[in-house]
Design a protein around this ligand. Structure first.
Ligand code: ZN
Length: 327
């Protein structure tokens, strides 16, 4: 997601500027910033922020630190890393997830989050016992700044190879997010993709295998990842679902992504059918990851389908609204 997305509620929000319609799955921004202004006030602030940010981008002088001050505070708030299940650890910030999978041949990192978070994420990686040069693979959820702007710096520090959905490779390698949105363009540092994956491709390191599930829509290359782990002798299927929110994406007349409506609808339906014991989204509050981990409630086999039911409702509501406006 991007300046835009986040102004729009980011990867989180399905309905740009309509805080009252925001559902849990997409509307974590308000929930990420307890004690902040009301949702209505937040939406107004986002709209103003969007205008400022778009103007900034147009001026071609976009600077991440300045933009970051407008982001939800939780996105850049460092937290102590914690164990999830099997070899999987949470090494992100409070509001943006980075997941680390330890293997005998090094570690796999899923998302580096924002550029300004990279030092905190690196501290967390080291804190859970992994030297930076042992991070061998960086798997990308999708090409939006809140998830991928830190990739370039993380690669420089670790030497990790970037693996991403084929549909997002051009965006990652140019630093220009894909598609057309209501909020403009938020650039991020470009990063070289070592391997482009498609639906069903496998990525293996040190005996750990992840399968890519192509879930396009939020971005063309939005990729969900699944793996199997063993926790206390119990085999568990873990999924890292990519965002499926509209989040400011133009659904009607999107010339850069004409198939966006069919893709989003299909990806939500696909994820709803996907069996998963543990759901680890990249906006962690969507699945209450931290609270579930603390309460040993991470195993929740009906959670993904429930989240997708909410996402489907939000998507159809947003589509109807955009169609009405377009008439
Ligand atoms: Zn996004």
């Amino acid at each position: 997601m991007t300046l835009k997305e986040q102004a729009a509620g980011g990867c989180l929000s399905g309905s740009f500027g309509r805080a009252s319609d925001r559902k849990r799955l997409d509307g974590s921004v308000a929930e990420q910033a307890p004690g902040s202004s009301s949702r209505h006030g937040l939406a107004q602030r986002r709209r103003r922020s969007t205008v400022r940010r778009v103007a900034f981008v147009i001026a071609a002088t976009f600077a991440a630190p300045a933009a970051a001050s407008l982001d939800p505070p939780a996105w850049t708030r460092p937290i102590t890393p914690y164990h999830l299940v099997g070899p999987i650890w949470y090494v992100g910030t409070e509001g943006l997830a980075a997941y680390l999978i330890k293997t005998r041949d090094g570690a796999i990192l899923l998302d580096a989050t924002m550029a300004e978070n990279v030092p905190a994420v690196q501290r967390s990686i080291r804190a859970v016992g992994v030297p930076l040069d042992r991070v061998k693979l960086l798997l990308v959820s999708h090409a939006h700044f809140d998830h991928a702007a830190g990739d370039a710096a993380m690669v420089r520090a670790t030497g990790a190879k970037v693996v991403a959905g084929a549909g997002d490779v051009a965006a990652l390698e140019s630093g220009i997010p894909p598609g057309e949105t209501s909020y403009g363009v938020i650039r991020f540092p470009a990063v070289k993709v070592a391997r482009a994956v498609r639906d069903g491709d496998h990525v293996t390191l040190g005996g750990v295998t992840l399968r890519a599930i192509a879930t396009p829509g939020h971005t063309p290359g939005c990729t969900s990842w699944t793996t199997r782990v063993v926790e206390h002798g119990r085999a568990l299927k873990v999924i890292f679902p990519c965002s499926v929110s509209v989040a400011g994406n133009r659904l009607i007349g999107n010339r850069r992504y004409p198939g966006i409506v069919a893709d989003l609808r299909a990806s939500i339906a696909r994820l709803a059918r996907e069996p998963a014991d543990v759901v680890l989204p990249f906006h962690p509050e969507q699945a209450d990851v931290r609270a579930r981990a603390a309460g040993q409630r991470l195993v929740a086999p009906t959670l993904l389908s429930a989240l997708m039911r909410d996402a489907a409702q939000e998507f159809e509501r947003e589509l109807a609204q955009q169609a009405k406006k377009a008439r």
